[in-house]
Design a binder for this molecule. Sequence first.
Ligand SMILES: Nc1ncnc2c1ncn2[C@@H]1O[C@H](COP(=O)(O)OP(=O)(O)OP(=O)(O)O)[C@@H](O)[C@H]1O
Ligand SMILES: [Mg+2]
Length: 263
Amino acid sequence: MTEPIIELRNVTKRFVGVTAVANLSLALRPGEVFCLLGENGAGKSTLIKLLTGVEAPSEGEILVDGRTVHFRSPRAAREYGIATVYQEVGTLPLMSVARNFVLGAEPTTGRGLFRRFDKEKAATLALQTLRELGISRVADGDQLVGTLSGGERQALAIGRAVHFGARLLVLDEPTAALGVRESATVLRLIEKVRTRGVAVLFITHNAYHAYAAGDRFMVLRRGEMLASFDKGEKSIGEVIELMAGGAELQSLLTAGEAGVVGT
Ligand SMILES: Nc1ncnc2c1ncn2[C@@H]1O[C@H](COP(=O)(O)OP(=O)(O)OP(=O)(O)O)[C@@H](O)[C@H]1O
Ligand SMILES: [Mg+2]
């Protein structure tokens, strides 16, 4: 098996009064889509924050390429090739596609006083990357990010991260606000990125999306690992059951009914 890019070993994160992540271990390898599932408050976002340097673990170890690291900031994590794409942030609506793509790494043309932003180069780079990721409807580098569809915007953010060297792409609910077609775009994008050897950590509430894109799955509940399995080990029905809390939900529903009948 290939070496993991990043690994968590027995990691716990406590906040005042709550253990958000309890003794979790996981390893993310190149070209692998790892789905993190679990209900609200399960600890998914906290886990991401640990992986991306936003929070430090209370206990346990984080390793990159087999070496222990202590991220001091999100920037430190980014320097290790860990990129996060959130639903809306990361792209600015009133900025052009080209400008947004190269944000922080703008190409320039000319020398000295004549040095200026190379708009053509930025546009070529942005549109070429989008096309490689299967987004061909965006044809103008001057188009404003705010006028892109949700899926195209995700593609722009993902393309940018990959182009600038992401080795692990963390996607927190990338399909949550998208319709069926747009979600399909994002799922195809995940597949494309994976074939380039990037590891993807995919967080979603949607079992179908998880099942379509994922190789490995972990279900969290109250910070603890409830289940961990590979694709093919469980049916989609079983995944839905696990995510919904299955039997637990059923008993809550029937308890509600009993209450109504009793009054
Ligand atoms: N900064 C914080 N301070 C205190 N408690 C926190 C903090 N961040 C998260 N928590 C708590 O940790 C638990 C896990 O939260 P987390 O945001 O990781 O859940 P989640 O799985 O991402 O949920 P959702 O699906 O709703 O996004 C929750 O009980 C939450 O209230
Ligand atoms: Mg969350």
